[in-house]
Design a protein around this ligand. Structure first.
Ligand code: HCB
Length: 225
């Protein structure tokens, strides 16, 4: 796809224009463009520009909300395409996903869920503003392999630790792998709170989820003959 189209996608997010964002996504699908390329090269860079402009005081909250709306409009077109790919694959594992307590950012989490689904994972999305106990209860109910926790605010990333603790408290820690992500989150933070891994973006989350599944099925060296 020409770079012009990716630029137009990016601009549709900056402009907070849902109709344009969705129209461009439809064009991309009709042209046989991989949805993940449209997301990675078009729409996500637009969200990053919006974040930077907001941080510099060049954009206000209603603009940021309009941009989020445009992102959702594009995702509504691209998500079914990505999910269709997932149904053609064997089940890779069960993932419970959510944004941590106090935090309503959901775009990144939705993207992670969509890509995991596209790669054969069965994903249960708990939504936003989710307490640790709720993650633990759902993980128990679904016999989840992995819990994925998103946090976009420096004030809410500490609640990721609360999720790790809730899973420990529920006695599930040996069965459930925990991965964390979100703009302020780092690998170091993941280690500090006792999570099993950190992913910087949705595709890395898929790679990490596969690694965590492989770790789960590995026989500990002490039990090998
Ligand atoms: Co929001 N917001 N926001 N916001 N927001 C951020 C996050 C700031 C960085 C903007 C800034 O100042 N530069 C900032 C946080 C500063 C900080 O804490 N250090 C901020 C702020 C301050 C706020 C409010 C407090 C503003 C206010 O009210 N004054 C408020 C908080 C409300 C709350 O949560 N309690 C707020 C509100 C909003 C909305 C509602 C307007 C809107 C969210 C709409 C929605 O999601 N439905 C919004 C948005 C859109 C943003 C920015 C612009 C974009 C976030 C986004 O969608 N990024 C963001 C700026 C930024 O992040 N640069 C800004 C795109 C996605 C694709 O990236 O990082 O979310 P991602 O996800 C990646 C990656 O991290 C990873 O994979 C994803 C896909 O590639 N990943 C995981 C994510 N979760 C994972 C979990 C895993 O297990 C594994 C990988």
């Amino acid at each position: 796809m020409p770079d012009d189209n990716f630029s137009a996608m990016r601009q549709s997010i900056i402009d907070g224009a849902p109709d344009t964002a969705s129209g461009l996504a439809q064009q991309a699908v009709s042209a046989g463009i991989a949805p993940i390329d449209a997301i990675n090269h078009g729409y996500v860079p637009g969200m990053h520009d919006v974040g930077e402009q907001f941080a510099k005081g060049q954009m206000y909250l209603p603009d940021m909300m309009a941009s989020a709306e445009a992102m959702r409009a594009a995702m509504a077109v691209l998500e079914p395409e990505l999910k269709r790919l997932g149904t053609e694959r064997p089940m890779a594992g069960v993932v419970v996903l959510g944004t941590t307590k106090g935090d309503i950012h959901e775009i990144g989490k939705i993207l992670v869920g969509t890509l995991l689904t596209a790669h054969g994972f069965r994903v249960h999305d708990l939504g936003v503003d989710v307490a640790g106990e709720k993650f633990a209860a759902k993980a128990q109910e679904l016999h989840a392999d992995i819990v994925g926790v998103s946090a976009l605010l420096t004030t809410t990333m500490r609640n990721q630790k609360g999720v790790v603790e809730a899973i420990e408290k529920a006695g599930l820690r040996s069965q459930v792998k925990i991965m964390v992500g979100g703009a302020p989150v780092t690998r170091r933070w993941a280690e500090e709170i006792g999570a099993d891994g950190y992913a910087k973006d949705a595709m890395t989350a898929v790679v990490l989820a596969r690694e965590l599944m492989a770790q789960k099925t590995q026989i500990p060296a002490t039990q090998q003959t």
